[in-house]
Design a protein around this ligand. Sequence first.
Ligand code: PLP
Length: 370
Amino acid sequence: MSARIITAFSSRLTIDTGAIRANYRSLARHVAPAECGAVIKADAYGLGARVAAPALHAEGCRTFFVAQLREAFDVADTLGADAAIAILNGLDPGCEAACAEAGFLPVLNAPGQVERWRRLARAKGTALPAVLQVDSGMSRLGLDAAAAAALAADPAFPREVALRFVMTHLACADAPGHAANAGQLARFQAIRALFPEARASIANSGGAFLSPAYHCDLVRPGIALFGVQPSPDGPAMRPVVRLEARILQIREVEAGSGVGYGLDHVAPTRQRLATLGIGYADGWPRSLGGAGAAWHAGARLPIVGRVSMDSLTVDLSALAPDALSEGDFVALLGPCQSLADVARDAGTIPYEILTRLGSRSERTFVETVQ
Ligand SMILES: *Cc1c(COP(=O)(O)O)cnc(C)c1O
């Protein structure tokens, strides 16, 4: 008797938690003595926060960041009571009691959020822990300098808010030479000096590879943990994901045959084609039509024609006719092709490619040790 392993998915995403852990260790070493936190918003950039978060906790990570309160609830039970979870998008109206009860740290981004947190603290008769975000030039989230100064001058503020740290976010951290970085650092240092008791945090992954001045007390990497080089000057991180898609059908078409929606591709000669079970509904960008590729055994298999919702077609001409059969898997991400390669071909950034994957693929976690 032979057992046959079947998979009910047309594509599979393999996530290496050993690589996530190794990336955390190397970031933590690089930013020491600053603390290294971890940003696990958007389900750990699409990879699975319920697996990534405890793996990072096992490496010593104790400060986690999500974007939404919902995401904090989704992951909290996978972490020890010694871990803090901060909510980057802030404190939504009506969520104050739930946030306080769960022990999450709201990132207070606007005066109204500060006021609502203080009101709850007064009602409870105790200071409530929080993070304060100030805007140092990105104009996205955070108090302006005047609002921060008003808080710092208010003697009641420290009785109501136990400020864990003051943070800001860099607009151009992935461009180390950009003059805006130094400007943001200077503005942030001026504001954070108003809160001498609180710790400070400015750097995301890119910021971690600017000068050590950007490390402050706590660094907040996300994308680098998940295997993407954070900036041109940054080190290569260990790749975390591999993506493969199944061959649904192989066919030979005559010269002049049109392929896919709109018949955008017309075979220039007789062509051997494979239709793969992955499309834009799986997060594989439609903009890769006629631009991207799959890979097999070192051979590049160009995508021909448009990417459909559930499938796309590649040219197998680079391979021997018997190299692949229907049901086989070919590679889309891995040693052959990085997230950065795909992002470049798709005209976007690795963040967008990564966060869109995984909702429809079979997700398998492996832990390679290296
Ligand atoms: C997403 C985010 C991060 C992490 O950014 P990466 O570039 O992925 O390292 C850090 N801080 C804030 C405020 C964020 O929104």
